[in-house]
Design a protein around this ligand. Structure first.
Ligand code: IZC
Ligand code: ZN
Length: 427
């Protein structure tokens, strides 16, 4: 078999080999490290992973791209499994309010927050949204992210804007190297005109929006912002049950700020993930463990909300729940595309080990998007999504925080990012 790309002499090859499903506490310890590792790819796929030299059945010729992994750490492409990628505008105007002590929910209740992004997203053209999201995707890719989830939710009752967001994500998925998985999240805020009758808006989502999104095949998942002053437990249940009937996978913004019982609901409905969980109850966490719901934790949001509260990651793990980690990239509660920073937060603040962190942004992130068979580990027959970090080991990436350690990114077997090529070479 002929290799099209080879990475050799890899000091620290982190394969994450093992089962293609979300891994829990004990299974997060062994991340399959190979010292002096070598990887061969043919086209889009990985064809060999091992130590030392290539076996004789793998041919290399003058057309094979050879990369050197000396002094480097190599991992599967990172997976950011919770983002609000496509949106108009930004919300730096909220900074002064936040510094004066106004909370996220107070800003939202006063008609700001999500509502201001709804306005900006509605006003933006398809091309403007596309260019803005593309810029963010380029940044994500430069940070080693090769698969991203993208939610709608900035049209809310303006359905054409919801569709516009999902179509932007669809086109970017076709045009950009990063793979995008779309989630419909029309239930992201109660529209101002439904303030006194939110159930009428829930009816519209169920009766009008979900069938059309499903018919156009624009979303693999459905998500709801289940929160005090946003969607209640009952409303969230109704929406997700309807989404399930349309064949969508289920996600839930659960117990982000108030302990409403989102974790319990996610377990009841067999959601693939429950996201945030900052205020999740002991009972909710136990029920998630029983049902195999993945906890998608977003510590960048905790940092940015300035409440000092983070999800109880160790407790969640010890109860037997698998953890994924994501940026939550959005213009309000977490305006950063930097998943490496989130990895440092997860370790330094939530006390996850480096092995747990890398598992959470690779194979567990893949499982959080139903893609565990395809991506998330460096193994034969998997998609060639690989990051070469200019770092001697995994601990170094997490410890030396806030900067980008990526040297090169390979996506679908092709070199798509090289940090050296972004600098003008005038010494
Ligand atoms: O735009 O504020 N939490 N949704 C739920 C968000 C944050 C995004 C936003
Ligand atoms: Zn979110």
């Amino acid at each position: 078999m002929k290799a099209t790309l080879v990475i050799k002499n890899i000091d620290n090859l982190i394969t994450l080999r093992g089962e293609n499903k979300a891994r829990t506490l004990d299974d997060m310890k062994d991340i399959g490290i190979i010292n002096n590792g070598i990887i061969a790819l043919s086209g889009e796929k990985i064809i060999y992973v091992g130590e030392g030299d290539l076996p004789s059945h793998i041919e290399v010729d003058e057309n094979t791209t050879i990369l050197d992994g000396k002094g480097k750490t190599v991992t599967p492409g990172l997976i950011d499994s919770h983002t609000h990628l496509v949106h108009g505008g930004s919300r730096e105007n909220e900074l002064a309010m936040k510094l004066k002590g106004k909370s996220y929910l107070e800003i939202l209740a006063a008609g700001g927050g999500i509502h201001s992004t709804v306005k900006a997203t509605k006003e933006a053209t398809f091309d403007e949204l596309y260019e803005k999201a593309k810029k963010s995707l380029d940044i994500m890719l430069s940070y080693g992210v090769t698969t991203v989830e993208a939610k709608s939710g900035y049209g809310i009752d303006d359905f054409s804007t919801e569709i516009k967001q999902l179509e932007v994500a669809k086109k970017l998925n076709e045009d950009h190297p990063v793979d995008i998985v779309s989630t419909f999240m029309g239930a992201h805020a109660i529209p101002v005109r439904y303030k006194n009758n939110p159930d009428a808006f829930v009816d519209i989502i169920i009766e009008d929006m979900l069938p059309k999104v499903a018919e156009k095949n624009l979303a693999k998942f459905c998500d709801v912002f289940c929160e005090e002053g946003v969607f209640s437990i009952d409303q969230s249940r109704r929406i997700l049950q309807a989404a399930k009937e349309h064949g969508m996978g289920l996600k839930l913004h659960a117990d982000e700020i108030e302990p409403l019982g989102g974790a319990e609901l996610a377990a009841e409905l067999n959601c693939i993930t429950a996201d945030h969980l900052i205020a999740a109850s002991d009972k909710g966490i136990k029920e998630m463990a029983k049902k195999g719901v993945i906890a998608n934790l977003l510590p960048g949001t905790s940092f940015n909300l300035q409440t000092g509260k983070f999800a109880r990651a160790r407790k969640i793990l010890e109860e037997g729940v698998a953890i994924a980690l994501s940026t939550d990239y959005n213009p309000g509660s977490c305006p950063t595309e930097n998943l490496q920073l989130i990895m440092s937060f997860a370790s330094l603040i939530m006390k996850l080990t480096p092995e747990e962190v890398i598992t959470a942004v690779t194979i567990n992130g893949a499982a959080a998007l139903g893609l565990g068979e395809k991506v998330g580990s460096i193994e034969v027959d998997k998609q060639g999504d690989i990051v070469i970090f200019d770092a001697p080991n995994l601990e170094y990436i997490i410890y030396h925080f806030g900067i980008n350690h990526v040297d090169k990114v390979i996506k679908n077997g092709k070199l798509v990012y090289d940090s050296k090529l972004t600098r003008i070479n005038n010494n």
